[in-house]
Design a protein around this ligand. Structure first.
Ligand SMILES: Cc1cc2nc3c(=O)[nH]c(=O)nc-3n(C[C@H](O)[C@H](O)[C@H](O)COP(=O)(O)OP(=O)(O)OC[C@H]3O[C@@H](n4cnc5c(N)ncnc54)[C@H](O)[C@@H]3O)c2cc1C
Length: 370
């Protein structure tokens, strides 16, 4: 039987593993035995409990699970290494995802916390502490916005400030941005746009427009990816994402597929794109094993959803290239849409276990014709 090794049991890796499980010998390797619902880590940070999901319970018993940290890939001998343990493969699916980067600003790694899972416990404790009065969030992308709203809604007596280099919610329509500002005003979140952070200290954030007192600094900057592909001689882009062809195969080794945030697909790093790449790579690999072909991978964006605390949200319709449209669902309706879409990610994984191939994703109107 064909041996497929999947590195990373995030959204992309899980979908791929479940789709492939009944057709091949699948080994799934992940750093932890728990499935991390990354899209809910801002909820975890404010002490909300989310389900503890063991990867073993999400997979059928014929998936071999290895809980360990992948250190190296040797494409020449088709082996991956978890420490000293070597695991051979016929095909490899690289799905090591991403994490919030903590480099590039002096004091960042010492004085800021992130929404990376290893910081969750410290964040919960620090936000709850009676000594905490000022919280500064750095980053005006979707994770920064969601974190700021969640914290301000949960801890109304904290002063919450969001600092961003660009414009907050830059990818939203005029109506979407206006609603975002309205909710930030209601939650009394100060937002400081077009401001660069120069340095972090234990009790302050130093920017080009002055200093901000901070008891807890939450860094919600850009994502970085694992260096393992590059260090293993697989061709990557400047940030370490695996360069792939239109079928999501590594351009330097077509027995390696790369999916999710770890792949240079040109798509936004997101769960919304990670799951489709996982499903497509599995379908392509299965078609290939049967000697069939599949049209190139294509994906159409539909909606961007943002939670603004638990009771408000924003669902921004976008065109297939992720450009905002006029249609926006706001308020509690927006929160419902966001919650349904967040829950759907897990339902899709759970359903895929029993009905592999069921998960579907949006494709452009001209799908299959290019
Ligand atoms: C707070 C927050 C909210 C978000 N909200 C949204 C949202 O609303 N919508 C959206 O579309 N996206 C959202 N995202 C982004 C989304 O979570 C990621 O883009 C998505 O998780 C990427 O999926 P993935 O499968 O590629 O990787 P990941 O989910 O990052 O999974 C990668 C897996 O690989 C494992 N791994 C990494 N390195 C190793 C190693 N060396 N050895 C073994 N295992 C390893 C990790 O432990 C992890 O299990 C959010 C992110 C955050 C942080």
């Amino acid at each position: 039987m064909t041996k497929i090794v999947i590195l990373g049991a995030g959204y992309a890796g899980m979908i791929a593993a479940l789709r492939l499980a009944c057709h091949a010998e699948v080994t799934l390797i992940n750093a932890s035995d728990l499935f991390v619902e990354r899209i809910r880590l801002h909820q975890v940070a404010t002490g909300q409990s989310i389900r503890n999901l063991r990867i073993a319970n999400l997979c059928p018993s014929n998936v071999r699970l290895i809980c360990g940290y992948v250190t190296r890939i040797d494409p020449a001998t088709k082996q991956v290494y978890v420490g000293e343990q070597a695991i051979g493969y016929d095909y490899l699916v690289y799905a090591l995802g991403s994490r919030v980067s903590v480099t590039g600003v002096p004091g960042l790694s010492q004085h800021a916390l992130t929404l990376n899972p290893e910081d969750s416990y410290k964040l919960i404790q620090r936000l709850r502490s009676a000594a905490t009065k000022h919280v500064v969030i750095v980053g005006g992308g979707l994770t920064g916005i969601e974190a700021a709203s969640e914290i301000a809604a949960r801890y109304p007596t904290h002063s919450v400030t969001l600092i961003t280099q660009g414009q907050m919610g830059a990818g939203l329509s005029v109506g979407g941005r206006a609603y975002l500002q309205e909710v930030f005003n209601q939650l009394r979140i100060d937002y400081i746009e077009r401001t660069s952070v120069n340095r972090l200290e234990a009790d302050r954030v130093i920017t080009n427009r002055g200093d901000f007192v901070s008891d807890v600094t939450l860094w919600a900057g850009s994502f970085e990816v694992s260096p393992i592909a590059r260090e293993s001689g697989i061709q990557t882009n400047a940030i370490g994402q695996v360069l792939v062809d239109q079928y999501l195969r590594s351009v330097s080794d077509d027995r390696i597929y790369a999916i999710g945030d770890a792949a240079a697909t040109g798509l936004r790093m997101s769960c919304a794109t990670a799951m489709p790449t996982g499903a497509y790579a599995a379908d392509h690999l299965l078609a290939r094993l049967r000697g069939e072909s599949l049209p190139a991978f294509q994906f159409a964006y539909m909606v961007q959803c943002i939670s603004l605390g638990r009771w408000k949200g924003l669902a921004q319709w976008v065109d297939q290239d992720d450009q905002p449209q006029l249609r926006v669902i706001m308020g509690w309706r927006g929160a419902v849409v966001k919650e349904l879409i967040s829950s759907y990610t897990l339902w899709a994984i759970q359903l895929e276990r029993f009905l592999p191939g069921l998960y579907r994703y949006p494709r452009p109107k001209n799908y299959g014709r290019i």
